[in-house]
Design a protein around this ligand. Structure first.
Ligand code: GDP
Length: 535
């Protein structure tokens, strides 16, 4: 490798940070995203902020569904520069939009920001997404939002995170008061208080009013009881809060925690600056050739998401690739690990929105969109040089199940084609009953939206109207050791056995208690919430 290329890669990696925000709907993700973009020259605004609005005006495709319902089905990427950094924010859709895409996006992220509503604390969607982050060992940064509204005490929130998620909390800053009495945050590293001014509805980076914690003016600025409370809590925090351990942060065991109000743009810059200091830069990825460092001289990356909606007449698809190593250049001819073919990447796109922008180069940590005439599948690796394959993206335990019926036998062919193509694309997981007489596919999804998308697209793209027959299960577990292990156990109760798309046994349970009961009855049976990877 030339020393220039190495130097270029080192530089690019040093200044890149990539993260996804995990949150429950309404916690303020859109608001925080918008405020973050204010700090960067938002060189491109795709995804939740701008494209969500634009997409509502888009015509002519199954995004019609988004338009009708005012939702965003896709998660995309926002890239912006701030100071000397290039930041990639991977957008995960919110609750109504919840689907496997949300999980897969986390496979392309190096860091996660857990955004919580300070009045509500941890909520279901946040917990689910946290579990995926934990599996991946992602560093998690916590932002407690809406401090300007009535909220829970910081110690209470901190306690909930420690107890329920098993994360140690490192308070980067600490709020003074909350709701009507929110006065600002104390930044522990600088020992300064950033005062909150209610009147500022920061559209541009708010100039914080900052004073030292020892400044006598502070006491005068706060009401006496609030000042006393602050001093007391401060002492407590300094006493109980562990020291910052960056190794633990990077291993996803300690979460730096921040307080603020995204709507008023308070605490956002403090957060961004610390995140850039403490966040992981683009990380090495495991592959068939061992760990590949981002500074590995040859380009490589993997597909984490497929988007098939741009123009139904051409079955136009975009494959989103996380760049893992080397330098990506337009018109590169790369190897496609699964098929062994060579592919020329002639029209790479940076992100997508209404106006797709063709890009010339990208570095590790970036995401590129590739036109995909049916060639790419989720988890595929592309590379230059000697062959390598990244680990792949697992299927996560679905929670919704339904038989998909085709009431019109003359549409049999289209139905089968549609189901198999949508499954390949990763729109939904398909399972089959172990009972040969029940031939209809079972759709298995993590979110309701996936079901709707499949039905909508079958009708629009394949001309097949379908019906769903819901099944009463909410938990799926793959059997380690396959059919053989299952046979050994003999007859089991409170579960049904189905086959996944690779013919492997999956147990479905009505609820988590039934699953736990089975585990108690048959501790020898090893079950997993994630499908083993197949290649
Ligand atoms: P999302 O569903 O997580 O994307 O949440 P949004 O960003 O759309 O925010 C949900 C609602 O909370 C909106 O009405 C926001 O204006 C409001 N909101 C967001 N951040 C704050 C905040 O810091 N303070 C207050 N008072 N409201 C906020």
């Amino acid at each position: 490798m030339t020393t220039e290329l190495l130097a270029e890669l080192i530089d690019a990696v040093e200044c890149r940070r990539n993260f996804a925000i995990i949150s429950h709907p309404d916690a303020g993700k859109t608001t925080l995203t918008e405020k973050l973009l204010l700090y960067g020259g938002a060189i491109h605004e795709a995804g939740s902020v701008k494209a969500r609005r634009d997409q509502r005006n888009a015509t002519s495709d199954w995004m019609e569904m988004e338009k009708q319902r005012g939702i965003s089905i896709t998660s995309t990427v926002l890239q912006f520069s701030y100071k000397d950094f290039m930041i990639n924010l991977l957008d995960t859709p919110g609750h109504q939009d919840f689907s496997e895409d949300t999980y897969r996006t986390l496979a392309a992220a190096d860091n996660a920001v857990m955004l919580i509503d300070a009045a509500k604390g941890l909520e279901p969607q946040t917990r689910k997404l946290f579990e995926v982050c934990k599996l991946r060992g992602l560093p998690i940064f916590t932002f407690a939002n809406k401090m300007d509204r009535p909220c829970r005490s910081p110690l209470d929130l901190m306690d909930e995170i420690e107890q329920e998620l098993g994360l140690q909390v490192y308070l980067v800053n600490y709020p003074i008061g909350g709701g009507d009495r929110f006065k600002g945050v104390f930044d522990r590293a600088t020992r300064q208080v950033h005062l909150f001014e209610r009147s500022i509805h920061g559209s541009k980076a708010a100039k914080d009013n900052i004073i030292d914690v020892d400044d006598p003016r502070l006491e005068a600025l706060l009401e006496p009881d609030l000042y006393a409370e602050f001093c007391e809590e401060l002492e407590l925090v300094e006493g109980v809060c562990p020291a910052l351990d960056l190794e633990a942060v990077h291993a996803g065991k300690m979460t730096p925690m921040f307080f603020g109000s995204a709507m008023t743009n308070f605490g956002v810059e403090l957060f961004l600056n610390s995140f850039l200091d403490y966040g992981l830069k683009p990380t090495p990825h495991n592959s068939s050739q061992g760990e590949i460092a981002p500074t590995h001289p040859e380009f490589s990356g993997f597909v984490f998401k497929l988007q098939a909606n741009m123009d139904p007449r051409h079955r136009d698809r975009v494959a989103f690739v996380r760049v893992c190593s080397g330098k990506f250049e337009k018109d590169m001819a790369v190897s496609h690990a699964r098929t062994g073919k060579t592919v020329r990447l002639s029209r790479p796109q940076k992100l997508f929105a209404q106006d797709r922008e063709v890009i010339d180069i990208a570095y590790p940590g970036d995401v590129i969109g590739l036109n995909n005439p049916g060639m790419f599948a989720i988890g595929d690796t592309i590379y230059l040089g000697s062959k390598l394959e990244y680990e792949g993206i697992p299927c996560f335990s679905p929670e919704l199940f339904a038989f998909l019926r085709n009431p019109n036998p003359s549409k049999f062919k289209q139905f089968n084609k549609g189901v198999s193509e949508l499954q390949e694309e990763g729109a939904v997981q398909i399972m089959y009953s172990a009972d040969e007489a029940k031939r209809d596919p079972i759709l298995a999804a993590v979110g309701q939206l996936q079901m709707e998308v499949v039905q909508f697209r079958l009708q629009n793209e394949y001309g097949v109207e379908t019906q769903l027959d819901w099944l009463p299960y909410t938990v799926a577990r793959w059997v380690d050791g396959g059919w053989e292990a299952l046979d050994k156990v003999g007859r089991i109760f409170n579960t049904v056995v189905v086959k996944d798309m690779w013919g492997r046994p999956v147990l479905l349970f009505k609820n988590i208690w039934n699953f736990q009961q089975l585990q108690g009855d048959h501790p020898e049976l090893e079950l997993s919430a994630i499908a083993p990877l197949t290649t």
